[in-house]
Design a protein around this ligand. Structure first.
Ligand code: HAM
Length: 502
């Protein structure tokens, strides 16, 4: 009995020792693994920073004058212009999608115009004494000798296209939507670029204020669908060109009396274009402008009635607005209604996201029939900035639900046809033909979060079969190649039900 007890104790001790050794071994293994991981992480970080340093050196060296003289290229964008990188594309995609959707909903047809136009088109429409024409226009002589310019906005081009292609005879109102890059030699800064992007909505042929209210409602809906909140609408009326002459006389006299208080740059335009002084962001100008006569107090009877109707429609639509009597907008073609959409950030700074107004005289100015018109443009770059600032939800591109992995040359060849079959059946499928090791491909598949992974190894390629791995349940099955599409469809359906039930 005593001997048996002793033997049991011995066995228990042995077990204890073995357990201890195993624990020690595991701990040692874990420590070594950690060391290796740390080493790898350190190495990866070092590699990444080395690569970044190399790229910076490359950019610096290639931007060096002597290298440039040797025919090297400068690896940087032109000042005020930038690349839109993959990380930001989701925002751009969402914005474009919303614009396209809303434009169709409201009955707009799309027009795309060239980036380069005759310079005179913009000078005539926007006005010679504006910042856009005076200092911001990218104008140059074309080889033909024509004086051309990169478009600083879209409206002048849309109006040109409207007349040039005889759209004037179409039943009114005519609604045109346009989107593209525009160029202004502006002082680059936050949300201020030399190449930026606009999307604009214009309606031709109606002067009823209800359309002014409708375009503002479209702008509001677009901003709301992008998740942009606390939008401020500022509105004003600057009357018709004819009725403005009396007001301009008063304004000129006022600025003349305050000339010494205005910065030099603005003294020159007192006589030629006094309303542009309201656009200035300069403190001194703003102080002088605070006491200036306001267009809204000098409107002709019809413009006053028009503005009153607009405000009533806006109230009806429950669209909040602020009447800003200093809002004149920096383009000369506006008549009556002008408006701007902006947001105020946490520092109290206002950012204009878009703006517009009536341009009842522009079609006629370009030689067309007198045609009232109203429209607005959004600055897309600024919408992206604002979406990021308010952490608006990003657009999610459709995710592939199937991944196709293959190993070996024959399998790769066979995969191409299977890939095409699945895609043609309308199922979004991802692959990684360039990635060699099966392990790396499977890692990529789980990173994508697909529901099914199809594997074609060397054996499957020879047998004309496919392994289908259900990534949700973890089960897998081998099927014949010709049944792949039907099997995938059935599998995805089942997974959808399963996931929904969960
Ligand atoms: P705009 O106010 O000159 O109007 O420009 C519209 C929007 O473009 C601005 O509200 C702003 O969001 C954006 N924007 C302007 N300059 C820059 C810049 N340097 N960098 C980034 N974004 C900028 C027009 O262009 C008129 N054509 C709008 C219109 C259409 N009126 C009637 N129909």
């Amino acid at each position: 009995m005593a001997r048996r007890k002793k033997a049991t104790k011995k066995v228990a001790n042995k077990r204890k020792v073995r357990k201890k050794i195993t624990r020690k071994k595991i701990a040692k293994k874990k420590a070594t693994k950690k060391k290796i991981t740390n080493k790898i992480t350190r190495k990866t970080i070092k590699d990444i920073s080395n690569n970044i340093e190399k790229s910076i050196k490359l950019v610096k060296s290639s931007n060096n004058d002597s290298d440039l003289a040797n025919g090297q290229i400068a690896l940087q964008t032109v000042r005020g212009m930038r690349d839109i990188l993959p990380g930001d594309q989701a925002y751009w995609q969402q914005i474009r999608k919303i614009f396209e959707k809303r434009s169709v909903e409201y009955g707009f047809s799309r027009v795309d115009t060239p980036v380069v136009e005759l310079e005179s088109l913009f000078t005539k429409a926007i006005g010679k004494n504006t910042d856009i024409i005076n200092s911001e226009l990218y104008a140059f002589n074309a080889k033909s000798g024509d004086r051309v310019a990169l478009r600083p906005e879209l409206t002048a081009s849309v109006v040109r296209a409207y007349i040039q292609h005889g759209m004037t005879i179409l039943p009114k109102p005519i609604k045109l939507f346009s989107m593209g890059s525009v160029y202004r030699y502006d002082k680059p800064g936050e949300g201020r670029y030399r190449e930026f992007h606009q999307a604009e909505f214009n309606i031709f042929g109606e002067d009823d204020a209800i359309l002014d209210a409708q375009v503002m409602q479209i702008a509001h809906r677009v901003l709301k669908s992008l998740g942009i909140k606390n939008i401020q609408f500022r509105v004003n009326s600057i009357g018709t060109e004819e009725s403005r002459s009396e007001y301009l006389k008063l304004l000129t006299a006022y600025f003349q009396s305050k000339k010494s208080k205005l910065p030099l740059k603005y003294r020159d335009i007192i006589k030629t274009n006094p309303m542009r002084i309201f656009d200035a962001k300069d403190d001194k100008c703003m102080q002088v402008c605070a006491g200036a006569p306001q267009a809204i107090d000098h409107l002709d009877k019809e413009s006053r009635e028009h503005f009153k109707n607009l405000l009533e429609y806006l109230d009806e639509l429950d669209l909040a607005y602020i009447i800003d009597s200093h809002l004149v907008r920096g383009l000369d073609y506006y008549t009556r209604t002008v408006f701007e959409m902006s947001v105020v950030d946490e520092r109290g700074l206002r950012h204009s996201l878009g703006g517009g107004g009536r341009f009842d005289g522009l079609v006629e100015l370009f030689g067309g029939e007198p045609t009232p018109a109203i429209g607005f443009a959004f600055g897309i770059d600024r919408l992206v900035i604002e979406m990021k600032r308010v952490k608006a939800k990003k657009y999610q591109a459709s995710q592939p639900r199937v991944f196709l992995a293959q190993l070996g040359d024959l399998a790769k060849k066979k995969s191409l046809q299977i890939f095409a079959d699945i895609e043609q059946s309308g199922i979004l499928v991802a692959e990684s033909f360039g990635r060699g090791a099966l392990k790396a491909q499977l890692r990529y598949a789980s990173k994508l979060g697909v529901d099914l992974t199809l594997i074609i190894g060397q054996q499957e390629a020879l047998d004309d079969t496919v392994i289908v791995k259900n990534m949700v349940t973890g089960t897998q099955e081998t099927i014949t190649r010709d049944k792949t599409v039907a099997f995938v469809k059935k599998g995805l359906k089942e997974i959808s039900k399963l996931v929904k039930r969960k």
